[in-house]
Design a protein around this ligand. Structure first.
Ligand code: AMP
Ligand code: MN
Ligand code: MN
Ligand code: MN
Length: 286
C-alpha cells in the first residue's frame, strides 16, 4: 500500500487545500520519494514544490493535469516530466484558465437560479489566486450548509445534470497530448475508470489517445479496487501503454486519497518511471 512514487497530487495552485510546500512535506512523511505535482491547468505550484523537495532530498516531477473535452465529455490528461517553461504549453494552459473564468460565472448564475446566490464570490475567496474549479464551489456550498459532505454537494448541485453543472468546453485530446509532448513530457490518461465509460467508449479513448501520441495510463489511482487495477493493467499491456500511479491527493481529510497510499502496479505492467527518457529527465530536475 505504501508507494515511493506518487505521480498525481494537487496543491493550492489549483483545487488542493495544502500549499505546494505542505504537499511535499506530507508526501515525505508518507514515505514518498518521487512526487509529481499535477495541478489542474497550471504549473504555478511547481517552483515552490521543487524548492521544498530539494530541501528534503526528494524528487519533484514537474506535472500538470489538463482538462480535455473528448467526444462531448470531459477527460483529464496528466503531463509528467514536462518542461514548465515551454511557451506552447503555457499558452494552452492560460487559455484553459481563461475558460474557467467564464464557466465559473455560468455556474454562479445557475446556482443563483437554484436559490443559492453569490456562490462565485464564496468560491473565489476559497480559490485565492488560483483559477476557480468546481471543488471551490463545492467547499463553499459545504461551508454554507447546503450539504453535509463533498459527495453530497456533487450529487445535489455540481455533478453532471445537476442545477449547478456546466460541463465547460476544454481543449481537444490532440492539443493536450501535443502540448505535453512538445514540452518533453509523458501524456497519461488520468483515472480512466472514473469517467464511467462503457468498455467500447473506453477503448475508443485509448485508441484516440494512442493515435495522438499518448504513452501511458494511470493503472492505479487513489482508492481504486484490485479488480479495476488488474483490468487497467491488462489494457495497458494490450495498448502498450506505460503504467502510472498516483493518489490524486487534494486534502488531508480524505483517507481514500492519501499521498503515497494506494495499491501497487501489477507485475508485468511497465512503469512510466522505468522509461530511459524519464530517468534522464529525473537526473536533470534533481
Ligand atoms: P472542474 O475541473 O472545475 O470541473 O472540477 C473538477 C474537480 O472536482 C475534480 O478534479 C475533483 O477534484 C472534484 N470532483 C469532481 N467530482 C467530485 C466528487 N463527486 N466528489 C468530490 N470531488 C469531486
Ligand atoms: Mn481536482
Ligand atoms: Mn482528474
Ligand atoms: Mn487530479
Amino acid at each position: 500500500m505504501h508507494q515511493t512514487h506518487d505521480l498525481h497530487a494537487h496543491s493550492t495552485a489549483s483545487d488542493g487545500v495544502l500549499s505546494p510546500t505542505d504537499v511535499v512535506r506530507r508526501a515525505r512523511r508518507q514515505g514518498v520519494e518521487v512526487l509529481a505535482l499535477t495541478d489542474h491547468d497550471t504549473t504555478a505550484g511547481l517552483a515552490e514544490a521543487h524548492a521544498a523537495a530539494r530541501e528534503r532530498g526528494m524528487r519533484l516531477v514537474p506535472g500538470v493535469e489538463v482538462s480535455v473535452t473528448w467526444r462531448s465529455g470531459t477527460v483529464h490528461i496528466v503531463g509528467l516530466m514536462i518542461d514548465a517553461q515551454d511557451a506552447r504549453l503555457q499558452a494552452g494552459l492560460a487559455q484553459l484558465r481563461r475558460h474557467r473564468e467564464g464557466r465559473a460565472e455560468q455556474i454562479d448564475r445557475r446556482l443563483a437560479r437554484a436559490g443559492i446566490p453569490n456562490a462565485l464570490a464564496g468560491a473565489r475567496e476559497l480559490a485565492g489566486t488560483a483559477a476557480v474549479t468546481r471543488t471551490h464551489f463545492a467547499r463553499h456550498l459545504l461551508r454554507a450548509g447546503h450539504a453535509s459532505n463533498m459527495r453530497e454537494v456533487f450529487q445535489r448541485f455540481l455533478g453532471r445534470g445537476k442545477p449547478g453543472f456546466v460541463s465547460g468546453t476544454w481543449c481537444t485530446l490532440d492539443e493536450a497530448v501535443g502540448w505535453i509532448r512538445g514540452a518533453g513530457g509523458h501524456a497519461v490518461i488520468a483515472h480512466p475508470t472514473r469517467y464511467k465509460f462503457t468498455a467500447t467508449r473506453l477503448r475508443r479513448l485509448f485508441d484516440d489517445f494512442r493515435e495522438c501520441g499518448g504513452t501511458a495510463i494511470e493503472v492505479v489511482s487513489g482508492a481504486q479496487g484490485h479488480g479495476e487495477v488488474l483490468q487497467l493493467a491488462e489494457y495497458a499491456q494490450r495498448y502498450e501503454f506505460l503504467g502510472s500511479q498516483g493518489s490524486d491527493f487534494h486534502a488531508p481529510d480524505t483517507p481514500w486519497a492519501e499521498l503515497g497510499r494506494f495499491r501497487s502496479l501489477p507485475p508485468g505492467c511497465a512503469p512510466v518511471w522505468g522509461d530511459a527518457s524519464w530517468q534522464r529527465r529525473l537526473a536533470d530536475v534533481a
